[in-house]
Design a protein around this ligand. Sequence first.
Ligand code: 6R9
Length: 650
Amino acid sequence: MSDVKIHRVKPEWKKNALIDNETYLKWYAESVKNPDKFWGKHGKRIDWFKPYTKVKNTSFTGKVSIKWFEDGLTNVSYNCIDRHLKKRGNQTAIIWEGDNPYDDRKVTYNELHEYVCRLANVLKKHGVKKGDRVTIYMPMIPEAAYAMLACTRIGAIHSVVFGGFSPDSLAGRIVDCKSTFVITADEGLRGGKPIPLKDNTDKAIEIAAKSKVKVDKVLVVRRTGSKTGWVEGRDVWYHDEVASVKPDCKPEKMKAEDPLFILYTSGSTGKPKGVLHTTGGYLVYVSMTHQYVFDYRDGDIYWCTADVGWVTGHSYIVYGPLANGATTLMFEGVPNYPSASRFWEVVDKHKVNIFYTAPTAIRALMGAGDSHVKKTSRKSLRVLGTVGEPINPEAWEWYFKVVGDKKVPIVDTWWQTETGGILITPLPGASDLKAGSATRPFFGVQPELVDNEGKVLEGTASGNLCITDSWPGMMRTVYGDHDRFVKTYFSTYKGKYFTGDGCRRDQDGYYWITGRVDDVINVSGHRMGTAEVESALVSHDKVSEAAVVGYPHDIKGQGIYCYVTLMAGEQWSDDLRKDLVAHVRKEIGAIASPDKIQFAPGLPKTRSGKIMRRILRKIAEDDFGALGDTSTLADPHVVDDLIANRQNKR
Ligand code: 6R9
C-alpha cells in the first residue's frame, strides 16, 4: 500500500501541541519498558484520598486478574467536579444543545456539584447503597450525566441502557445485574420524534418481574411533559425529589478496584455481556487519553456526538472531559435535523474546538452534499475525531477537506467497550496521518497480530489483533460471570487479550483495523451479535430457522442481511417480511432493523449441522463467484436457490 497518501503533521498542529513525535516515541518506549514507573507517575493526574503504593498487578493467564493502583482510595465524582470548584466553579461544565435548535442550557461546575449532590442524596434516601446497581435509561439531557455522577458519588454501580433499546432488551439488562432502581424520563426527543422511555420502562419492569427481579423505585425526569402511566409508591418525580434534599453530599471513599459501572455489549455468542469497569485505573486512562488524543487544552470547547448509552458517551462525553475540567457539549438530536447543516451550525454557535463523531454520520452528511457544510464557518475547529467503525478513505478525505478545510488533523480512534478508552490512535501534534488508519498505539498499549493458529506475525502483516499486556482502563470481568470473561477474551490466544478485530500493520508500523473477525457486525457504529438478531427472528411463531450476516452498506458500514426458513406450511409474503422487521425491532430495538430478508427453503449446513456463514456472507455480498469449497455441504443444492433469490443483486 505504498500509494497511500500521507498527510504529514503541519507545523501549526505541532506548534502548541501537548505531544510532538519525539515525546510520543520517548513516552511510548518508557510506558512499555517500565509500566509501573510510567503509570505510577501518570496515575497522579487524578486526586486520591489515599495515595496508592502499588501500581500494576495484572495477569492475562490462568484465572486472569487485573488490578491497578489497588491500595489507593479515590472517588470519580470528586475528580470530575469537586476538585475543579476552586479554580473553575463558574466555568461551564456542560453545554446542552437540545433536539430543537432553540433549546439549549449551560451548567457550571458549581451547578453540576449541587445537582449531582442532590441526586446522590435522593438515591441514598431511597436506600441505594454502595455496590447496588442503578439502571439509567435516559435521553441525552444533562440529568443523564448527573445520574451517572450521583451513582459514582455514593459508590453505586450504574448500568446505562441506550434509549433506543426495546422494553425486552431493557428488561434483560435489569435482570442480569439485578437492578432495583431505575432512572428514566417521561419521553426522549430525537429529530422531532418522541421516544416513550417511561412507557418502555413500565413494560420492562413487568417483563423483569417474571424473572423475579422487582424494581422498587423509578425516578422520572420530566422532559416533554407527556402523560405516562404511573405506579403510586413506585414512581417518583425527579424534580420533586431533588428539591426536598440537601445540596451537599460527601463523596464516598472508593477503592481503586471498586466497580464503577456495567455496560452491556454484544458478542459473537449468547446474550449481551455486562462489561465491568472499575474506579481508579479507568479514570486515569480516560482522562489521559482525552487530554492527549484530542490535544485538549484549558478553555477548549469539546463535543463528542455519541450517546451516553454507549461507551464513547461514558468515557468521552462524561468521565474523561469532566475529570480534565473541560467544557463538554451534550447533543440531544440527530445530524440531519432540522437540516444536514446541524452539526456545523452547533459548532459555530458554541465555538467548538474539538469535534468527535462516527464514520456513519460522516458518510451520511457527505451524501447530503458539501453546500450544507460550506455555508457554515467552522473556524473554531482545531481537532476532528472519528470512532466506532473503520472509516473508508473517501469519507476520511471528505471530512479532512470539506469539514476541516484541510487545516485540521483527524484522529481515527480505535477502541472498544471492553478497553474503556482509546488504544490505537494518532496524536494531533505527533502523528503523520493516513486516511483509514488508526495509526499507532497509545502509551502503554502493546498490539500484536497473530494468525489463526496463534503464531505471532512480525513486520508488515495481516492477522487477528491482540493486546499482550494490561492498561489501566481495561475491563476487569464480565459482571457475574468471570469464566465467560476468561473464555471470551483470553482463551483464543493464550495469555493475550483478543479484540475480535482483524488488522493489518504496514511498513511504517501503522495499524489498519479491517473489522470484526467473529460473528459480530457493526451497523452505523453499533455493535450487534448476529446471534441476537437470529434469536429474535426465531422467536417469531412462523420462523423455524434464521441465519444473519453483515454486508457492506454505503452509509451504515454494514447492513443486516437475514436468511429465514419458515415453519412447514407457512407462505412467505411481503407482509410477513414487514412483520419480521417489526418483530426484530420490538425484540431488540430499532438499531437492529433487518435491511434485507431472504426467505430460504434451506440453509447451507455442514454434515454435522453447522451453518456455513462464510457462504451466506458471500451471497449477501453478491460475490458468489468466490464461494470456495462447498463440497462439505450436506446438500449443495440449497446454495443454488439462495443465489437465485439473493436480495443484493447488482
Ligand atoms: C468505541 C466503540 C468496538 C468495535 C471494535 C471495532 C469497531 C471502533 C474503530 C473501529 C475501526 C476504528 N471500531 N473504533 N474499527 N476503526 N476507529 O466503538 O466501542 O461499541 O464496543 O465497538 O468497533 O470493530 O471492535 P464498541
